[in-house]
Design a protein around this ligand. Structure first.
Ligand code: PA5
Length: 440
């Protein structure tokens, strides 16, 4: 498989025998997932999506992306949660750290309630050519709805009637306020499939339009995802890194390791971790169960959280995402006077310093009582990233069923929304408002 799992450093905590004995439970979960036997089975449209996706819409996405490229300096992407994290993760992972001037800038908004962020972005795009991709499956989520109202207003101010040519809406095929608005105003629309939840939707139009507009090869992403589907589905348990990852993280959870820390050594991949946290947190954190998904970037965080990982409460394990070959590398040189004492590194590649830091960290943390898993991938490009994201989704479905929860709903997300509406005075929430105000 293109993502392989090294679990040598969990064997002090979970035995080979326990892993072998967990095969049956893992295969039951696999069968539940693939044969739609479990809770949430009406949200499994993502399983075969990389093969079955709507090819006509895919072509329209490419056309819309080309149009945005031709007439815009900035694409403002409005969405929250599953409606933005996948695209943000892919773009950050695959684009250069420092933007080339001629590149289209893809900027995300509507994913927080910072008045400062919104005001500064409005000012930033005011004198630039820009387009909007507003993304909301329900079409009613407050954060993106407010942002859309503000950016649409600015767009109309700039372009008048032609503004609607610069608005692309991704939403439910038939219902919701955004669908109605789009039909009334005549925006080009893309569909969030009914049977795919937000955190599983990065490879639908939800993620693909912003990703394609940023210049990333979406054919390769889909190919990677489809290959991952075939591999995850068909590879036998002891060679299947997806099944083993699901199995071992559940065994660790049973041994009271309640936090999984996803670690990478490449800051570009921070948003992959953010997307992963949503995926696992929303899928597994229910019925008072579930591993708490956390993330760190090393070596940066070894100088902050490293102390806790090494020596704090023994409640976590680490999963390191190791990209074997960096996009770019270079050799360190020797210096005549060697005043900094670094000549022992001359001729050494910069990335191999990172690899040694990784190995040293694994050994230290395992000695400190932190089980360690390593997910290895040869390189990070569109194909491998598509593979990786699918790998995580598949593993999450299996893992959620092993835990005994519905991995495809998120009932807990609604509670804060109701309270916020009540406190804002939204009609229909009067009773709740009274109760909440008494408590404040
Ligand atoms: O995973 C989820 O379902 C959520 O994070 C949603 O994606 C998020 O709440 C945004 O919802 P919507 O797309 O309906 O605006």
């Amino acid at each position: 498989m293109k993502v392989s799992l090294n679990y040598k450093n969990v064997l002090k905590f979970v035995s080979e025998e326990e892993i072998k004995n967990n095969e049956k439970a893992t295969l039951v979960a696999l069968d539940t997932l693939l044969n739609k036997k479990g809770a949430g089975s009406d949200f499994l449209g993502w399983i075969e999506y990389a093969k079955n996706y709507d090819k006509e819409e895919f072509a329209r996405i490419k056309k819309a992306a080309a149009k945005i490229h031709a007439n815009s300096e900035v694409l403002v992407v409005i969405g929250i949660g599953g409606s933005y994290l996948g695209a943000k993760a892919v773009i950050e992972a695959l684009k250069p750290y420092f933007c080339q001037k001629k590149d289209l800038e893809v900027i995300f908004v509507g994913n927080n309630l910072s008045s400062t962020y919104v005001a500064e972005l409005l000012a930033y795009v005011k004198n630039k050519d820009f387009s909007i991709n507003v993304i909301s499956k329900s079409g009613t989520t407050t954060e993106p709805a407010i942002a859309f109202r503000l950016f649409k207003e600015l767009l109309i101010e700039k372009y008048g009637i032609a503004a609607k040519e610069r608005i692309f809406a991704t939403t439910d095929k038939a219902k919701g306020a955004l669908r109605e608005l789009s039909t009334t105003e005549g925006y080009e629309t893309f569909v969030v499939p009914d049977d795919i939840g937000g955190r599983y939707s990065w490879f639908t139009a939800v993620g693909l339009l912003p990703i394609c507009a940023s210049g990333i090869d979406i054919d390769e992403l889909m190919k990677g995802a489809n290959d991952a589907y075939n591999d995850c589905k068909n590879t036998p348990y002891l060679e299947n890194s997806s099944l083993l990852y699901s199995s071992i993280r559940n065994l660790l959870y049973q041994k009271k390791k309640c936090i999984e820390v996803l670690v990478n050594f490449e800051p570009k991949l921070s948003y992959i971790s953010e997307w992963w946290k949503q995926l696992y947190g929303e899928s597994e954190g229910k019925d008072h169960k579930g591993l708490f998904p956390a993330s760190l970037v090393y070596s940066t965080d070894l100088h902050s959280m490293g102390q806790y990982i090494q020596d704090g409460m023994r409640i976590m394990f680490e999963t390191i995402l190791n990209i074997q070959n960096p996009e770019t590398d270079f050799t360190l040189k020797s210096e005549e006077n060697n005043l900094d004492g670094l000549n022992f590194l001359s001729g050494v590649n910069f990335d191999s310093v990172a690899k040694k830091a990784m190995q040293g960290t694994i050994l230290a943390h395992v000695d400190g009582g932190v089980p360690n898993l390593v997910l290895e991938m040869e390189k990070m490009d569109a194909y491998h990233l598509g593979y990786l994201l699918y790998f995580f989704m598949f593993s999450c479905g299996i893992s959620g069923y092993m835990l005994g929860v519905n991995p495809f709903n998120q009932p807990g997300v609604e509670n804060y929304k109701k309270n916020m509406f009540a406190l804002l005075g939204k009609p229909g929430y009067e009773e709740l408002r009274k109760k909440l105000l008494e408590r404040l």
